[in-house]
Design a protein around this ligand. Structure first.
Ligand code: GSH
Length: 376
């Protein structure tokens, strides 16, 4: 984006690997290997899912024609360093972190082995950067982008334990100079603090009405498969009983979500399921009394494969805040009378807003008034 490629804009999702988000079904759909990062490109004819940072970087470099040399020799040099990173840094860095810091049993041999190999890699990259601003030479490339989070992060002391000190990273002055210059780049800064946590992806969400889906889980899966064949990549899916009173109980609704997720998996679509609860919509009950159940529903829906949580009908500032705090999924609020401003919703941690039919109803009523005036 800093290079002027506006189509490269993206929504960032925080996957907290310390909380185990990488093992949630929503993320495993994207990366069966449960490692960050992963990407879905909704800007292609059909959504493209990509995992492994090397594959993601190559895809983006080729799509936008940036940060990769165009000539064969330059390209292969770039790929060599990219694949060198992929094959060594996560394995050795991860292995070192595991045996040195995280393992409950400290094994001297394993610590020595991974320390020695990590230092050998630092030496390789230090030699490469001697007299070169970037890994390929004068041009910044995906080889630098891939290497920065590992080697750069280590040099800049971002590891959550004394790795830099233990590995004596001050010995690698070229790597330090390179890391310090990269971290100044605006795009690197932006990548380190994405604009908003837990944003919804850019997608077409097809609204589900009360009768839009079936009571029967088999039919439900068939209906969803049909939508996917039409190219749908996101749906709203509510817990109000189809053609009946009240809401499905939590287990039943979770089973319905699992049936949808399975249907999407069979079609290999990373479907965005916006799980809507109707606990607050048109209810006479004090909404504060429903928050506990909403949190329970959100938890069960997330475990069943939902991608977002939609709470239409809830307008109270503090209660919206409690939902955002307690829910791991991105939260969607419906804008209506009494709902806080969009800025405030954003502060509360709301990721998406919907307007439902309200703007349409206001526009039609204004049109009616004008028409009445003209015809009277
Ligand atoms: N080869 C992968 C490695 C990615 C990787 O190691 N990711 C780590 C974080 S830096 C991760 O997701 N760890 C979570 C886990 O192991 O459970 C890539 O480059 O994309």
């Amino acid at each position: 984006m800093a290079a002027g490629v506006n189509e490269a804009d993206y929504d960032a999702w925080l996957i907290d690997i310390y909380k185990g988000d990488q093992f949630g079904s929503g993320f495993v759909d994207l990366n069966p290997n449960s490692k960050i990062p992963a990407l879905i490109d909704y800007g292609a004819d059909k959504p493209v899912r990509i995992f492994e940072s090397g594959a993601i970087l190559l895809y983006l470099a080729e799509k936008f024609g940036r940060f990769i040399p165009l000539d064969v020799v330059g390209r292969m040099e770039c790929m060599s360093w990219l694949f060198w990173q992929v094959g060594s840094a996560p394995y050795l860095g991860g292995g070192f972190a595991h045996f040195y810091h995280y393992a409950s049993v400290k094994l001297e041999y394993a610590i020595d082995r991974f320390t020695m190999e990590a230092k050998r890699q630092l030496h390789v990259v230090d030699q490469r950067l001697a007299g070169r601003p970037f890994i390929l030479g004068k041009d910044y490339s995906i080889a630098d982008i891939a290497s920065f989070p590992w080697y750069g992060g280590l040099m800049l002391g971002w590891w959550p334990f004394d790795a830099a000190e233990f590995l004596s990273v001050h010995e690698y002055s070229n790597v330090l100079r390179w890391a310090e210059s990269l971290v100044e780049r605006p795009a690197v800064q932006r990548g380190r603090s994405p604009r908003r946590r837990r944003r919804y992806g850019r997608q077409a969400i097809v609204g589900g009405s009360r009768g839009g889906y079936s009571e029967d889980d088999g039919d439900l899966a068939t209906n969803i498969s049909r939508l996917l064949e039409l190219g749908v990549i996101g749906i709203n899916f509510e817990d109000r009983v189809v053609k009946g009173p009240g809401l499905y109980d939590i287990e039943r609704q979770a089973r319905r979500l699992v049936a949808i997720r399975k249907a999407a998996e069979q079609k290999r679509v990373g479907l965005f399921i916006n799980a809507r609860t109707d606990l607050f919509l048109g209810q006479s009950r004090d909404p504060a009394q429903s928050v506990g159940e909403a949190l329970e529903r959100a938890k069960a829906y997330a475990a069943a494969g939902a991608s977002g949580f939609f709470i239409p009908g809830l307008a109270n500032d503090a209660l919206i805040g409690r939902i955002c705090e307690g829910v791991t999924l991105p939260v969607n609020v419906m804008v209506m009378d009494g709902v806080p401003s969009n800025d405030r919703l954003s502060e509360l941690g709301v990721s998406r807003i919907s307007y439902g039919p309200i703007p349409y109803i206001s526009a039609m009523s204004a049109l009616q008034q004008e028409a009445k005036k003209v015809l009277s």
